[in-house]
Design a protein around this ligand. Structure first.
Ligand code: 0GY
Length: 316
């Protein structure tokens, strides 16, 4: 394990407007990831998986998609793997970010250079061939992501997503969904008809100023209770918190409730390199120190960080 954060220090420093030669310049209001995170006090259990993180580019090797809604700083696989070691994790699940559209080359490149220590979630179009799906499976892809957050993607018709879900199901893949809590009523029938495990990003983005036992979060808990194929990532306090860093205390009860109610269907990830954070950039060490507050016992920590992600991503 790395003993100093030096390995991750040089990334996230691409200057505004740094030339990639093709107009793919980092957004002027982009906040790069913290190049010097603190060493967490909490030690993840052996075999721990960071089950939600991304790679960006580098853009001159893996260009950002023409249809993207943002242009990030480069966040290449080497920086991700250095952070993994520094924080005390053994594995990553790399999730295709919308800035790469359906071009999964940066993701696949990270997987094949991980020494078997990374698995992935891709984004695919209905035109993807069976051979392409098989090649992605070989590289370590185990899921596809459907994104309903309007600032990130254009609308894809539901019948196209259903078709994709039925194409990937025979591979044993699952569907990862990202949406805002207010949209769950409208998405409910679509989600509950999907033929695979459905993993929800960031607890369905609850409004944490609303009560834990109120109708909005209650709806999400009911989704999980009534549908044993629905899992949740209890990640991203930095996105959901109104009270703010480094404590993120207002998010803790929501994540803790899911961890304790559905201990075998929760996952956690850093969300490095934290795309589209506008209020602040989190310290990844502090995010790891948040873990024992939402998973208070060694058994819950092991389920969240090791057993659940291994069952979902490393079963074959
Ligand atoms: C996340 C969240 C965000 C972005 C993406 O793929 C993406 O662009 O997921 C966001 O902006 O909320 O999970 O990284």
């Amino acid at each position: 394990m790395a003993t100093s954060p030096g390995d991750v220090r040089t990334a996230g420093t691409q200057a505004h407007g740094a030339s990639r030669g093709d107009g793919q310049r980092m957004d002027v209001d982009w906040i790069p990831f913290d190049p010097n995170p603190s060493k967490p006090r909490f030690r993840p259990p052996p075999g721990a998986v960071d089950a939600h993180c991304h790679v960006f580019g580098p853009g001159d090797v893996f260009p950002y998609a023409p249809e993207r809604k943002y242009t990030p700083c480069d966040a290449p696989k080497e920086k991700l793997f250095a952070l993994r070691d520094f924080l005390g994790f053994e594995r990553n699940v790399v999730v295709q970010a919308t800035c790469h559209g359906n071009d999964n080359r940066a993701l696949v490149d990270a997987l094949v250079h991980s020494g078997g220590r990374a698995r992935g979630v891709a984004s695919v179009a209905r035109t993807v061939s069976d051979a392409e799906l098989r090649a992605m499976h070989e590289a370590g892809v185990r899921g596809t992501r459907f994104n309903f957050v309007r600032r990130l993607v254009d609308f894809t018709p539901r019948e196209v997503l259903v078709e994709i879900a039925h194409r990937i199901a025979p591979l044993g893949w699952h569907v990862v969904v990202y949406f805002e809590a207010k949209d769950l009523p409208e998405l409910w029938d679509f989600f509950t008809a999907l033929p695979t495990i459905v993993v929800v990003d960031h607890m369905g983005r609850p409004d944490v100023t609303k009560p834990l036992d109120g109708p909005e979060f209650g709806r999400f808990v009911r989704l999980m209770r009534e549908h044993p194929n629905v899992w949740s990532k209890v990640s991203c306090p930095e996105r959901l918190s109104v009270s703010g860093p480094p404590d993120y205390g207002d998010v803790v009860p929501f994540a803790k409730h899911l961890v304790e109610t559905f201990p075998d269907r929760v996952l956690w990830g850093t969300d490095w390199p934290h795309p589209n954070m506008k209020s602040h950039m989190p310290d990844d060490g502090k995010l790891v120190d948040y873990l024992p507050r939402i998973a208070a016992t060694p058994a819950l920590q092991r389920a969240l960080l090791v057993d659940n992600p291994m069952r979902l991503y490393w079963k074959d």
